[in-house]
Design a protein around this ligand. Structure first.
Ligand code: HEM
Length: 553
């Protein structure tokens, strides 16, 4: 139970993210089936039945995933509640989140069963599936911040409903759109499907933007809270990702209308839809992270100020010499940290509490110098990698094709230095420390980095020609960056941790961009994918420079 409590914060965010993804795809697939595949009043020819079969399959898969994830999420939270409050199981079973979880799982199971039982798009089946979907969304909203707020929260409940529905209509419909485009027999059919889906997507975007404005006004409320709280910073990150999705959506919107005239347009839209799904996944993981944080408006103490940020990002020369393990030779910095810790202890209002986030470990000047040294060397390596990948792209320097081997150096460096208290540098055993979410995440990233190195070197030197395998690297980059969005440094909104978070969020966004730009480079024909080949190494260079400028004090 202690281990579960330790890792609750991180596991809860990841599970909640998967829950949002499964729910969004489920409702999105149902909407696609109801309004695009078999629109009310639209004929039901044999082609429609072909699309309906694909829609059914998606709905059943998403329904099954929703049931499993909701049960996992609810059980985990129930265990934590029982353990932290010493509540009886009868009391836990009556908790609002347990009741909402049971209703959500039953609604998802109902949708899946109806889709499985009826191979034909009968009107009654469609009505019943639509009704169960409404119940599911309402159950999902029942566990939101809006419902938990004091006073009149009607507007916030409606905004949360609109936000979740908008996400489902737009992003949740993408897998169905992708399937339908791959199955469309003629450009005219593909165009008709794309045009019908556009209406759903536009409605979804309008709902998301409208509700995001309500959230910004009610939950963030001031410009200070945008960068001054983890909640606000995460909302700003989501706005950047939304901008990227809107650009892709606009490109698709225009391309769909050219299907009949441009033979390559359908394949291009399919590729863009794949990227939209990937970025959409990142947005939903970020949504899980933001809903686990206290709204910015509620946190008035310990906010990061503009001058804190300016002081932190003012360039200084990188720390490329490691502090000595035995010495603690930074007394001035240590004195300042002690003063800040005293001030925080004397704060009149309590910090936000999230089970599992614990208290931030005490850090001294030595720890900070150690961490900065690690980030700066990692930054140097990543910058060199990006430059070498750009050199390879220019096709002028043959040696540059071996650039991915630099990842091995990075993995070895991180393994040795990321957690100095853990073997091989420290006394703690490797396995026993994996229960610490921070250490576990570092080890996972190191494994990912080794994966990058091996695969990409084989791709870069022509040893791997398969397009499918070439997609491993972009997927790993995008997955690593998405995980970084859920890497909760600042659950308790502690000022120092938030300042660190503020440097990780742009890195995560650049990582997501790099991964999906490389995806397009691999999948698109040479002339179309070339720009992707310039974008992702540039993102690597920018990530490296951000790491080189990283400071913790
Ligand atoms: C593609 C765009 C977006 C998608 C798909 C999306 C999706 C979601 C989802 C599914 C949730 C969970 C709602 C819940 O269960 O409580 C959420 C929460 C949230 N989103 Fe978005 N979102 C998007 C863009 C934005 C933007 C641009 C903002 C900027 C203000 C934003 C602000 C928020 C906030 C503040 C929450 C937390 C609400 C709460 O505390 O209950 N979202 N988002």
């Amino acid at each position: 139970m202690t281990t579960l409590f330790d890792i609750f914060g991180f596991v809860n965010v990841v599970l909640r993210g998967f829950d949002l993804v499964a729910q969004t795809v489920l409702i999105g697939s149902v909407s696609f089936m109801l309004f695009v595949t078999v629109p009310p009043g639209g004929g039901a020819g044999h082609r429609v039945r072909g699309f309906y079969a694909a829609s059914r399959c998606l709905i059943m898969t998403a329904a099954f995933a929703t049931v499993v994830i909701v049960i996992a999420c609810t059980t985990l939270s129930a265990l934590i509640l029982a353990a932290s409050l010493g509540a009886s199981w009868r009391e836990v079973a009556g908790a609002a989140f347990v009741i909402a979880g049971v209703i959500k799982a039953l609604a998802a199971a109902g949708i899946g069963t109806l889709a499985a039982a009826r191979p034909r798009p009968a009107a009654m089946t469609r009505i019943a599936i639509g009704a169960a979907s409404v119940v599911l969304v309402c159950a999902a909203v029942a566990t939101s911040h809006a419902v938990a707020r004091f006073g009149d929260s009607g507007l916030l409940v409606s905004a949360t409903l609109a936000h979740e529905l908008g996400a489902a209509l737009w992003l949740g419909g993408l897998p169905s759109l992708w399937l339908a485009l791959t199955r469309a027999e003629t450009p005219q059919i593909a165009s008709r499907i794309g045009t019908r889906y556009s209406v759903l997507a536009i409605a979804g975007v309008a709902l998301i933007i409208g509700s995001a404005i309500v959230f910004a006004v009610s939950y963030i409320a001031s410009f200070d809270a945008v960068l001054g709280t983890a909640y606000g910073a995460m909302a700003a990150t989501k706005s950047v990702l939304l901008g990227m999705l809107l650009l892709l959506g606009l490109a698709n919107f225009r391309a769909v209308r050219r299907f009949a005239a441009d033979g390559a347009a359908s394949r291009r839209v399919q590729r863009f839809v794949e990227v939209e799904m990937g970025i959409g996944f990142a947005v939903l993981m970020a949504a899980a992270s933001i809903t686990s944080l206290p709204p910015g408006v509620d946190l008035v103490d310990g906010r990061v100020t503009g001058s804190d940020i300016v002081a932190r990002i003012t360039p200084e020369s990188p720390r490329l010499a490691s502090p000595d393990h035995a010495s603690l030779a930074l007394p001035a910095l240590q004195a300042r940290l002690d003063a800040e810790a005293r001030a925080e202890q004397g704060a009149s209002r309590p910090q936000a509490f999230v089970p599992g986030s614990g208290s931030p470990p005490l850090r001294n000047a030595y720890d900070i110098a150690w961490s900065e040294y690690n980030h700066h060397w990692a930054g140097l390596l990543v910058t060199v990698m990006g430059l070498a990948a750009l050199a390879r792209r220019s096709r002028r320097m043959r040696w540059a094709k071996h650039w991915p081997l630099l990842f091995l150096l990075l993995a070895a460096f991180l393994f040795l230095r990321a957690d100095p208290e853990v073997w091989p540098m420290g006394d703690l055993g490797l396995i026993e420390t994996l229960k610490d979410p921070e250490v576990a995440q570092h080890r996972l990233f190191e494994a990912l980095v080794v994966g990058f190195a091996v695969f990409e070197w084989r791709v870069s030197t022509g040893r791997i020609a398969s397009r499918r395998l070439k997609l491993t690297f972009p997927l790993l980059v995008a997955a690593g960056a998405t995980l970084l969005l859920t890497h909760s440094h600042a659950l308790g909104n502690v000022k120092e941790e938030l300042l660190i978070e503020l440097t990780h969020l742009p890195i995560a966004v650049l990582g997501v961009t790099a991964g999906w730009a490389r995806w397009l480079e691999v999948k698109a024909p040479e002339d179309e994918g070339r720009w992707g080949g310039w974008v992702w190494p540039t993102c690597f260079v920018l990530i490296g420079l951000l790491l080189l400028g990283y400071r913790e004090a």
